[in-house]
Ligand binder design. Structure first.
Ligand code: NAP
Length: 306
């Protein structure tokens, strides 16, 4: 049995690992389906304290991993398929194999929200993508018009990045103002290669084997139109990765795990950190802070059992 199992290897999970490893609790970190978390899909992280010039998302996460491993944390590649939190030791199924834990820190993060269109699923990886950093440089997008959907920081980041590859980037947003932070919004609005398409929703994605365009609806005038494009980059937020805990932990209507106090859930010995429990801040640094808090609460809980 493991003293501490950390579910998730993003900012929250790896920070919890650094702290619990330094407390000699030999944590095991389960990587999840996206090892090192969502930040690996970003370009430069400009707002993580301590990096005045910014830092590449993958490099930041590799540094966190190295720091956790330096103190004895063990990163295991695998995804949790089932959990039983009805009593300690807690039981987990990881890629078909059983595992037991005295305590669990849930840092399972969040995944990309989808538009929910039939053709979105059919054309995924055929021009529909959720990550410009991962896919933007593909030949199918070179010198072609591209569409980014969304109006938050992610959409702005994607649109700015894609101007390197596409002939033109259309940013389709359902309202007439951006949700993004001022600095990100100003970059997009001041970029001559980006054209805003306000008050507009993507109602369909067109194309047989590859994306060839989108169908749009202006939600003020009701007008319908189509736009040619080779890529649709969807950046409309995230949904918490908490399905596996449903029915065992209290959650809000959107699936975010509810914190009972500090970083503790209502189940003694189960702690939570990062995007899976945070619908408000959702920053790398706040996830890291929550990971630290979860580790400290976990350590104190185990000390109380001794
Ligand atoms: P977000 O802030 O939740 O923005 C999601 C955007 O998608 C909103 O503009 C929203 O429209 C739109 N949207 C949501 N559902 C939609 C739907 N079904 N159809 C069409 N549009 C839809 O998500 P995010 O941009 O991924 O950012 C998440 C968090 O990460 C934020 O806290 C952000 O600050 C942070 N972040 C920071 C950076 C950075 O600082 N470098 C980079 C990326 C993300 P409405 O505006 O109308 O709601």
């Amino acid at each position: 049995m493991h003293e501490v199992v950390i579910i998730g290897s993003g900012c929250a999970g790896l920070t919890a690992a650094i702290y619990t490893a330094r407390a000699n609790l030999n944590p095991v970190i389960l990587s999840g389906r996206m090892p090192l978390g969502l930040l690996t899909t970003t370009t430069v992280v400009e707002n993580f304290p301590g990096f005045p010039e910014g830092i590449d998302g993958i490099e930041l996460m590799q540094r966190l991993q190295k720091q956790a491993e330096r103190f004895g944390a063990q990163l295991m590649y695998g995804a949790v398929e089932a959990v039983d939190l009805s009593g300690s030791p807690f039981k987990l199924t990881v890629d078909g194999k059983p595992m037991e834990a005295r305590t669990i820190i849930i840092a399972s993060g969040a995944g990309h929200r989808k538009l929910g269109l039939e053709n979105e699923a059919r054309l995924e990886n055929k021009g529909v993508t959720y990550c410009a950093t991962c896919d933007g440089a593909l030949p199918i997008f070179r010198d072609k018009p591209l569409v980014v959907v969304g109006g938050g920081d992610s959409a702005c980041e994607e649109a700015s990045y894609l101007t390197r590859f596409g002939s033109k980037v259309y940013m389709v947003h359902r309202r007439d103002e951006l949700r993004a932070s001022r600095i990100m919004a100003d970059r997009v609005l001041g970029n001559p290669k980006i054209e805003m398409v306000w008050n507009t929703e993507v109602t369909d994605i067109l194309g047989e084997t590859l994306v060839s365009g989108v169908r749009l609806r202006n939600n003020v005038t009701g007008g319908e139109s189509t736009m040619d494009c080779a890529g649709v980059f969807i950046a409309i937020g995230h949904v918490p990765n908490t399905q596996v805990f449903r029915g065992q932990l209290a959650m809000d209507d959107h699936g975010y795990v509810q914190i009972a106090s500090g970083a503790s859930t209502a189940v003694p010995g189960v702690f939570v950190a990062g995007d899976c429990a945070d619908s408000v801040y959702r920053q790398a640094i706040t996830a890291a802070g929550m990971g630290c808090a979860a580790a400290i609460d976990c350590e104190r809980y185990l000390a109380g059992l001794a």
